[in-house]
Write a protein that binds this ligand. Structure first.
Ligand code: ADP
Ligand code: ZN
Length: 725
């Protein structure tokens, strides 16, 4: 198809270099999308052969061009994937090189097949047996892994094992890093679907078979069995030999999902997330690229991988904020999923019990097909939601739980049922101050208070990770024992529960306590076995869990999410509380939910208590229409930052002075960003609001690229922002 290309333009992974042209040496064949190694100065760099017209021209004469070094042994990026890279870069005002880096996200994978050395017992005996050696040899019976992993398994030092290797008791084995993944069996255990589930699954199966673009919004109440339902079209795609991608928001919580997946398909899916080891990463990347990875379950970054033969994407909990990336390329995996499905021609399913307003709007206007699951699986009832007006029913002094909620906790404990207290605040207290002089502990790098973590005895910034030990005396006035914790975090609530109900077994579930898949799995196993009476958790526990004995949910501060007052505060609050409420009463026993609030008549709170989703969405839609917010208009945020405040301010002001004047486009700012100092950088912000008809990205790109910023200044563009800090 492609004639011999003897001059090619490369997209390289460094935005500052831009595009480079090379000569293709005699005997080498490349095509658009080929991943190649090229010389640059004394080094070699990786690049992708790209359509010349999409990259800045390069006027180096042919005689001066250097030759490509080699073509990497991976399949060329397909035309639709290259188009996705271009679209993502254009839409989010990001460099194409940065998007391409998300595709080539494993350097090792490019080097072709590789082996690694593992070790196992050889059957021989050591010259001299020691107690440690005996323990190790017993523990390693039937194991094969790296020395380091074996040392972990046997509970001995690596040195002990190396000694055994030297004596031939443990022998090396060479294994392919890229050994294939166990196959998923689409017919392993097909569940009996309820009629409503069956109807949805049949429609999705049909779409998978049609092999054409079809976007779906799967709108099902919490506990309706969305997972079981979308497993069916996944199985269909696997039967057809096509790949499936499932995007999940919180990778720490995939354990529950994986168990259900294994029960349905008889094998684990291929996992993709940021904490994979580099060998696991390259193994997954290569299997994805050669098409042998049948089902991939991953965090948002799995979306950009070079699937050879994708036939379906499912975005579960599609409303989740964690699908929006807030640094680097600021994309929303939910929206880019739909574009990928469109470019490659297959169905995409956005599943949620509380869809984003934008998604509902797309369904209403007929762009997405809406599929509904109205009732909970197995006849379970949706929980009853009640408000506790904190201005009337006050918690005791220094306490955060109102008497009615405490009584409900006592009642569940007596009945042997589980309860969940939800507060979206990690740590013990969000602010520590000095009673004597009023000093407040603030992060030196951010305009944020330090959060006290009493379990780990530290004061920590949740924005930059800065940590210190809480001192005994105030650092300002020197007064000893005068520091007080203000406000509650989950640890403080857990303490309160322990005081009121000393016999209750309490578990704290946050990203601090469930910081690895193993710990998350352990927590779930404990909760399922009934070893936990009361869970105190952050948003980490709002989704994915299914504990049949959990019958009470208490929302400690239902107003918390509304405080920020940003564009999405009401929607986020609604979604979060509806999701956490959805954890109650999923089994045979009905659930009850208490919302502690100071604003019981606020529209969000009232809609939740009345179980009136429509009322909330209608009010929110009207509010958005009034201010031209999405989906009626569009927003973009532009953040100018520098380590030097004056430099940042000056750059922002200069940019402001050259603002474009366009009809139906409004530019607010510059003003100090709500987080005016973040990770040591001073930040100024513009908010851009435009009608849908305006070419927002083109205008912003033109505006910014016309500027010469000082080297220390960074400019970040966030299209359709979710974070307003
Ligand atoms: P959702 O994601 O919609 O909140 P889940 O998919 O978690 O709901 O389903 C709730 C529970 O019902 C899960 O334990 C699930 O295994 C079970 N379930 C749903 N549908 C079926 C089915 N057809 N057969 C057996 N169990 C089902
Ligand atoms: Zn900080």
């Amino acid at each position: 198809m492609h004639g011999h290309m003897n001059r090619v333009r490369l997209l390289v992974f460094n935005a500052a270099i831009g595009a480079l042209d090379y000569k293709v040496p005699e005997g080498m064949t490349v095509e658009p999308g080929s991943v190649v190694l090229a010389p640059l100065g004394p080094r070699q760099i990786t690049g992708i052969v790209w359509d010349e017209k999409r990259l800045p021209a390069n006027d180096v004469p042919a005689s001066k061009l250097r030759a490509l070094v080699e073509v990497m042994p991976v399949p060329p990026l397909s035309a639709p994937l290259r188009r996705l890279i271009e679209w993502t870069a254009d839409y989010y005002c990001a460099p194409m090189s940065a998007v391409a880096r998300m595709v080539i996200s494993s350097g090792g994978a490019l080097n072709g097949p590789a082996t690694m050395t593992e070790y196992r017992l050889s059957g021989g005996m050591p010259e001299r047996m020691t107690p440690q050696r005996e323990v190790a040899m017993e523990a390693l019976e039937g194991e094969q892994a790296t020395i380091r992993e074996l040392a972990g398994i046997a509970g001995v030092s690596e040195g002990v094992l190396r000694g055994l290797v030297n004596q031939g008791v443990i022998e090396p084995v060479s294994v392919a890093i890229d050994r294939p993944f166990p196959p998923a069996d689409p017919d392993y255990d097909i569940p009996e679907l309820e009629p409503e589930q069956r109807e949805v699954a049949d429609r999705l199966n049909e779409a998978v078979k049609a092999r054409t673009f079809a976007p779906f919004l799967l709108d099902g109440v919490t506990g309706s069995g969305k997972t079981e339902t979308y497993f069916e079209p996944m199985a269909e795609a696997v039967r057809m030999g096509r790949q499936v991608l499932v995007l999940l928001p919180e990778i720490a919580l995939t354990e529950n999902f994986l168990k259900r997946f294994e029960a349905r398909f008889g094998a684990s899916p291929v996992l993709w997330h940021s904490s994979l080891k580099s060998t696991e990463r390259r193994r997954a990347w290569r299997a994805i690229a050669d098409g042998t990875a049948q089902v991939v379950v991953g965090a948002r970054s799995a979306l950009f991988l070079p699937y050879r033969n994708l036939g379906l994407i499912v975005v579960d909990e599609a409303h989740e904020v964690s699908f929006k990336q807030d640094d680097g390329v600021r994309y929303n995996a939910r929206d880019v999923s739909v574009m990928r499905a469109r470019f490659e021609g297959f169905p995409v399913v956005l599943a949620s019990a509380t869809p984003a307003l934008e998604s509902l709007q797309m369904a209403e206007s007929g762009v997405y097909e809406k599929l509904d699951l109205h009732s909970r699986y197995g006849g379970a009832e949706l929980p009853h939601i009640e408000r506790i007006d904190l201005t009337e029913e006050k918690p005791g002094a220094g306490r955060w739980l109102a008497p009615r909620l405490v009584a409900a906790l006592e009642d569940r404990l007596a009945k042997g049922e589980q309860s969940l207290l939800f507060l979206n605040r990690r740590g013990f207290a969000p602010l520590t101050l000095c009673r004597n002089c009023g000093f407040r502990f603030q992060c030196p790098n951010c305009s944020a208070w330090l959060v006290e973590h009493r379990l780990s005895r530290r004061l920590a910034c949740h924005h930059c990770g800065h940590e210190t030990q809480p001192p005994d005396a105030c650092p300002e006035c020197g007064e000893p024992d005068c520091l007080v914790a203000c406000g509650p975090g989950v640890e403080r609530i857990a303490d309160e529960v322990a005081e009121i109900l000393p016999e209750a077994r309490v578990a704290i579930a946050t990203s601090d306590t469930l910081n690895s898949p193993e710990r998350a799995a352990q927590f779930i196993a404990e909760a399922e076995s009934g070893a936990v009476d009361i869970i105190v958790g952050t948003q980490l526990v709002t989704k994915g869990f299914h504990f049949p004995e959990l019958t009470l949910v208490g929302v400690v501060d239902a107003d918390l999410g509304l405080e920020g007052g940003d564009l999405r505060a009401a929607e986020r609050t609604y979604q979060q509380i509806a999701q956490v409420a959805g954890r109650a009463g999923r089994g045979a026993k009905p659930g009850e939910v208490f919302l502690q609030t100071r604003h019981p008549t606020a529209p969000v709170i009232a809609a939740l208590a009345d179980g009136d989703r429509e009322a909330f969405y209608e009010a929110e839609t009207e509010a958005r229409r009034m201010v031209g917010a999405p989906p009626f208009g569009r927003w973009a945020a532009i953040i100018i930052s520098s380590e030097d405040d004056a430099e940042a301010r000056e750059a922002a002001n200069r940019l402001g002075a050259s603002r474009p004047k366009v009809d139906e486009l409004m530019i607010l700012g510059p003003a100090p960003a709500p987080l005016a100092l973040l990770r040591g950088r001073y930040r100024y912000r513009f908010l851009v609001n435009a009608r849908r008809s305006v070419e927002l990205q083109r205008i912003i790109t033109g505006w910014i690229s016309g500027q010469n910023f000082a080297p220390g200044v960074r400019v970040g563009v966030d299209i359709d922002p979710y974070s307003f800090v």
